[in-house]
Design a protein around this ligand. Structure first.
Ligand SMILES: [Zn+2]
Length: 454
């Protein structure tokens, strides 16, 4: 561990124990630093911040940005002139480089996301060190000494159910972890595309102490555990990606007799928040600023649902995310959280995973998590945006937008083949997949739902 990592770890621990004033002071200083860095080294921000005061400690002085605004100006946005869109594209298009660092310095993740604009996000060494320190703080807040002992008794094995084969955040993390010899035997990677019976068998053999699936996959695995097909004994279940209905968290906790916790994050800020035992998400506000705003980008007071949220990542100097429209509606807890954590607590609205349920020929049902579909389609060349609409229990209609220059007919053939393959793997060969001329449609908040179940 380098000295700076030690210093960061000490700082994040101290910040958590100190007053909210101390936290606000850190936030102001880091904002001033990152804004100064951005306007010096990023041509985009230099242009946009012209005329602003020399030292910025109040985020509300900054103009608003978004992925749609920044991605087309990628080369001017980044602060390292060597980090160009063309160079990063070449890097991410090489499957052999998944989990490697771009220019030996940056981790790269890509997303088509739900806003309709493909995104490429880099994290520099500093951002990675901050992420690691905040992960340690998060685990410290989740685990009691008894939990740690329980995990140790179970061999400390962690099962991650992840997307494989692309530059998704989890695939990148997974590939990096696999290269780490010390951790290799402790961490099991289970591809999100694996048919459920196979995954159940593999998890039964692996016997994880910590289970870390996507939320919707966690719900499916809890059903398997309740049915007695899966019989694992994790001490902690960490859910990621989507949200679930409140009752689902309790059901998963009961099914595994384990603590269930989750994070809410984004490629733009992987360390954004973590949940507490009362189900609130605490924002790591020493390293991130989250501003809930209405449709005119005016502040929304605590206790009221916002229209969207503006994110400022205080750790990433290479690709500054400053007052960036995240598109998620949140509600800030107006009172101190009953768990005692002093960090601001939020709930995220409208991130609930929508599971597709299909009837099987033998009279049962099979459920597919939306992530299995979206991860299958996002990695296909030529796919810009898609939406899967379940029009009848056994009919899927695909709304598709191909990238400019791609042959829409060819893109559709590939999409069709891949969805058919996924369905067949899940014994759902009888489900009909067709294409519609309708383009993908947005919600009133401007997001694209990946899946619209019947
Ligand atoms: Zn709390």
């Amino acid at each position: 561990m380098s000295e700076s990592t030690f210093a960061l770890l000490r700082d994040v621990r101290a910040a958590h124990k100190q007053s909210t004033d101390e936290m606000a002071r850190r936030q102001r200083e880091r904002l001033a630093d990152i804004v100064a860095h951005a306007r010096t080294h990023s041509p985009y921000y230099r242009e946009h911040y012209r005329g602003l005061p020399d030292r910025i400690t109040d985020p509300q002085l900054l103009p608003i940005t978004s992925k749609a605004e920044l991605m087309p100006r990628f080369d001017e946005w980044t602060t390292d002139p060597a980090v160009t869109h063309a160079a990063v594209q070449t890097f991410v298009q090489n499957p052999a480089l998944v989990g490697e660092k771009f220019m030996n310095r940056y981790t790269v993740t890509t997303t088509s996301g739900t806003t309709g604009v493909p995104g490429i996000f880099l994290a520099d060494q500093r951002a990675l060190a901050v992420t690691a320190s905040l992960s340690t703080r998060m685990l410290g807040s989740w685990l009691t000494t008894k939990d740690v002992a329980r995990i140790a008794v179970r061999g400390g094995r962690i099962a991650m159910v992840i997307a494989t084969g692309g530059h998704f955040a989890s695939a990148t993390a997974g590939a990096a972890l696999r290269k780490n010899r010390l951790r290799r035997n402790r961490i099991g990677m289970f591809g999100v595309h694996t048919p459920l019976p196979e995954m159940v068998e593999a998890l039964n053999t692996f016997r994880p102490a910590i289970l870390a699936p996507y939320a919707s996959m966690g719900a499916l695995l809890a059903t398997e555990q309740q049915a007695g097909r899966l019989h694992i004994d994790p001490a902690l279940v960490i859910l990621s990606a989507e949200g679930l209905a409140t009752s689902e968290y309790d059901r998963i906790s009961t099914a595994f007799d384990a603590k269930v916790r989750q994070g809410y994050a984004a490629n733009e800020c992987p360390f954004l928040s973590y949940s507490c035992r009362h189900g609130w998400l605490h924002v790591n506000s020493d390293w991130a600023i989250l501003e809930p705003v209405d449709s005119d980008f005016q502040p929304v007071p605590p206790g009221q649902r916002s229209h969207t949220t503006l994110l400022t990542n205080l750790a990433n100097h290479t690709q500054p995310i400053l007052r960036y429209n995240l598109g998620d509606a949140v509600l800030v807890q107006p009172d101190p959280c009953p768990c005692g954590d002093p960090l601001p607590a939020i709930q995220v609205q409208g991130r609930t995973a929508e599971l597709l349920t299909f009837p099987t020929p033998d009279g049962g049902t099979t459920v597919i998590a939306p992530l299995a579909l979206s991860l299958t389609l996002e990695r296909l060349p030529g796919v810009e945006l898609f939406q899967v609409v379940q029009t009848t229990p056994t009919d899927l209609s695909i709304r598709l937008r191909s990238t400019p220059g791609a042959d829409p007919e060819r893109v559709w053939q590939t999409v069709h083949t891949e969805i058919r393959r996924l369905l067949t793997d899940h014994d759902l060969g009888h489900v009909v997949v067709s294409r519609t001329a309708e383009p993908p449609q947005q919600t009133s908040g401007g997001k694209y739902r990946v899946v619209i179940p019947k």
